[in-house]
Design a protein around this ligand. Structure first.
Ligand SMILES: Cc1cc2nc3c(=O)[nH]c(=O)nc-3n(C[C@H](O)[C@H](O)[C@H](O)COP(=O)(O)O)c2cc1C
Length: 186
């Protein structure tokens, strides 16, 4: 009898440990994409560090028409970025699409803060795919502004997604800090 009880207990313990491992595997095995737009390279640097930190695929949201220095002049009301950001329905075109977006469960979306929010080309990106059922985690770089309401804006572009508030990072954020933050999000 003792032997039977001990065998049943061992079996139960084995099954429980399998369940725990399967659960961990599910979290660890999530297919993750880091997509980013960067006009002057700062967000690109953070995105590359993040992708490396969590072993994710990396995709650049590249504008069909690259932004020139004049385009980015925020002091000039007629510059391209000023015109686009004054018309939040503007949707600047993107060069290419993510292949097989269906296979990603989690998508980090990075961008520079323009006028306290995401550039409208990021909205183009969000509206180009079916994000239903996916987790979207925004991140940004900026002069000093926070990520503000960008997460809510992204959510409006992808109603079926689960979009978090996200976070703004300094250009020199470490790989470790990004890793810890990303793991908290998953
Ligand atoms: C058109 C424009 C608007 C900007 N608006 C803000 C802003 O509202 N707040 C802020 O802190 N920085 C602002 N910045 C600075 C950028 O967010 C910052 O330089 C960012 O790190 C650039 O990222 P990138 O090199 O990936 O393009 C703005 C920059 C541009 C070009």
């Amino acid at each position: 009898m003792k032997k039977i009880i001990s065998a049943v207990l061992s079996l139960l313990m084995l099954l429980t440990s399998f369940e725990v491992r399967a659960e961990e595997g599910k979290i660890m095995n999530k297919k993750v994409l880091v997509a980013y737009f960067s006009a002057t390279g700062t967000t690109a640097g953070v995105a590359a560090k993040l992708a490396k930190a969590i072993d994710a695929d990396l995709f650049e949201i590249k504008p069909e028409q690259p932004y020139t220095e004049a385009d980015l002049d925020w002091r000039n009301k007629k510059s391209r970025s000023s015109v686009e950001m004054n018309d939040l329905t503007s949707r600047p075109a993107i060069v290419s699409k993510v292949e097989d977006m269906e296979r990603y469960e989690v998508v980090f979306v990075g961008f520079p803060i323009w006028w306290y929010r995401e550039p409208t080309i990021v909205d183009t990106f969000m509206e180009s795919y079916d994000f239903a059922g996916k987790t979207v985690i925004p991140f940004a770089t900026s002069g000093s502004s926070s990520i503000g309401h960008s997460g809510e804006n992204l959510q409006k572009c992808a109603p079926g997604a689960k979009v978090s508030g996200g976070r703004r990072f300094a250009a020199d954020v470490s790989v470790d800090e990004l890793k810890n933050w990303a793991e908290e999000q998953l």
